[in-house]
Design a binder for this molecule. Structure first.
Ligand code: CMX
Length: 426
């Protein structure tokens, strides 16, 4: 890992000096205002967080280290991890070093399998996955070095070690959660001669005769990697990380947030909604049928999963990438056809609901249909895939935060009575 460490060491030293001078000079400039509605509205739009790994302009979607997502869809997830960490795409030897490092660290301790084996059979796959990450906390190099009394300037190095150790093991853990939870047979040992996503597909044990599932998995694990700093999973993980809890605590905590239906669990909910329409109408519904079904969903007080976003105001480029994949590889699949048809109908329905700010599909609107096509029909598992990918961003953000020496997070809260006083209501 020498090349990566040397690069980061130089980069972080320069950036830290730059940020420190920047904040020293401009520290008292105002960058955002908070209205009362924002304080009661999930702090939507308040600019009070720093994230250098990626940004999400409402009219563009995900940009990773300055590169728009549409230029990254052919990259391997390992290349994206390198980009998130360093700000550059890896050269051939740099990619090789990272891939070898992940292979070297991929073996999962036996006690993780024991813990997973002892969980109730109907545990949610996300509960299993996050438990597996948390139970490995005793492996943390950061926690060990912190207990030994390392210097603050060194914090990022063991956080990088934890990152590589965790990322290397996630495909094996994720694959076993799938096999165990859905009775797919014994655990499959990892390979040492394939890339990260390909190894994952191998360990899942799903048939992949023409390599299309591997292509989809590479895309899937790339597209979900990061989405700036304020989303529930990234922000929760960053908050935990800021207390100098190690990455095993921070990542599993953040991913518990991803397990919520308004966040990452929406992909599970979304395919459920698509299949419900197909069951109700006996196959791919017509646009008229879908429009009525969408209104019925809204009128029954439910959200239409896969649509809307707290930040985006366009069709999510991650959805575009999945749609392009589906058009290329499964144009006639009835579930994919339904996803396409829903896309023709639902935005026009949501546009008529005044309170909804973004009527467009987000990342979760189409991904499930593609997995379903390749035989991964257990949609309660889908958020685990999202998690494996999102770990790349969460861990990279944690390494950067340690390197920049960001302090413990502590925004100020006030009771309602104080807010009333503040705005002159009493
Ligand atoms: N269906 C029905 N109602 C929706 C909606 C949808 N798809 N999207 C937004 N709304 C509603 C909200 O529930 C909210 O209603 P109330 O004021 O009654 O609570 C209102 O419209 C305003 O919401 P908003 O400002 O447009 O959106 P938010 O920032 O509050 O919420 C999100 C964003 C994603 C939670 C919301 O659009 C939603 O629930 N979508 C469906 C679930 C989903 O797909 N989540 C995945 C997002 C991507 C991810 O994080 O993984």
């Amino acid at each position: 890992m020498e090349m990566l460490k040397t690069k980061l060491s130089k980069k972080f030293a320069e950036e830290k000096a730059d940020i420190s001078a920047f904040v020293k000079q401009y520290g008292d400039k105002e960058v955002s205002k908070v209205t009362l509605a924002q304080a009661y509205g999930g702090l939507r739009g308040v600019k009070g967080l720093v994230c250098d790994t990626s940004e999400v302009p409402p009219d563009k979607g995900l940009i990773i280290r300055g590169i728009e997502l549409k230029y990254l869809t052919e990259k391997l997830p390992e290349e994206i991890l390198y980009l998130l960490l360093t700000g550059e795409l890896p050269k051939e030897d740099e990619l090789k070093e990272l891939q070898q490092e992940l292979i070297k660290r991929q073996n999962v301790p036996q006690y993780v399998w024991d813990v997973l084996n002892s969980m109730p059979e109907d545990s949610h796959p996300m509960a299993m996955f996050n438990t597996a990450i948390l139970v490995m906390q005793r492996e943390s190099i950061f926690a060990k070095r912190y207990a030994e009394g390392m210097k603050k300037d060194e914090y990022w190095e063991p956080t990088l070690e934890d990152t590589l150790n965790i990322v290397a093991k996630l495909p094996g853990i994720g694959a076993y959660v799938y096999r165990k939870r859905f009775n797919k047979g014994p655990r499959i040992e990892p390979r040492t001669d394939v890339d990260w996503a390909q190894n994952f597909v191998h360990m899942l044990g799903l048939p992949d005769p023409n390599g299309e599932l591997t292509k989809l998995m590479r895309l899937y694990l790339t597209l979900h990697c990061d989405h700036e700093g304020g989303n529930v999973s990234a922000y929760s993980a960053a908050t935990i990380n800021s207390a100098l809890s190690d990455l095993y605590y921070a990542l599993s905590g953040g991913l518990n947030g991803l397990a919520g239906p308004l966040h990452g669990l929406a992909n599970q909910e979304c395919l459920g909604w698509i299949l419900e329409t197909m069951e109700k109408f006996g196959g791919t519904p017509t646009e008229e049928q879908l429009e009525k079904f969408a209104w019925d969903t809204l009128n029954s007080g439910k959200v239409i999963p896969g649509y809307g976003h707290a930040v985006l105001r366009i069709t999510d480029p991650r959805f575009d990438a999945f749609l392009a994949f589906g058009k290329k590889y499964m144009q006639d699949d009835p579930v994919f056809l339904t996803v396409e048809r829903v896309f023709n109908v639902v935005p026009n329905v949501l546009k008529q609901v005044q309170k909804i700010k973004d009527p467009w599909p987000n990342v979760d609107a189409g991904s499930g249909a593609l997995l379903y096509h390749y035989g991964m029909t257990e949609f309660s598992y889908y958020t685990v895939l999202f998690s494996i990918s999102r770990a790349l961003g969460i861990c990279s953000q944690a390494v950067v935060a340690r390197a920049m020496g960001y302090p413990i997070t502590r925004p100020k809260s006030l009771p309602t009575a104080k807010f009333k006083e503040l705005v002159g209501a009493i």
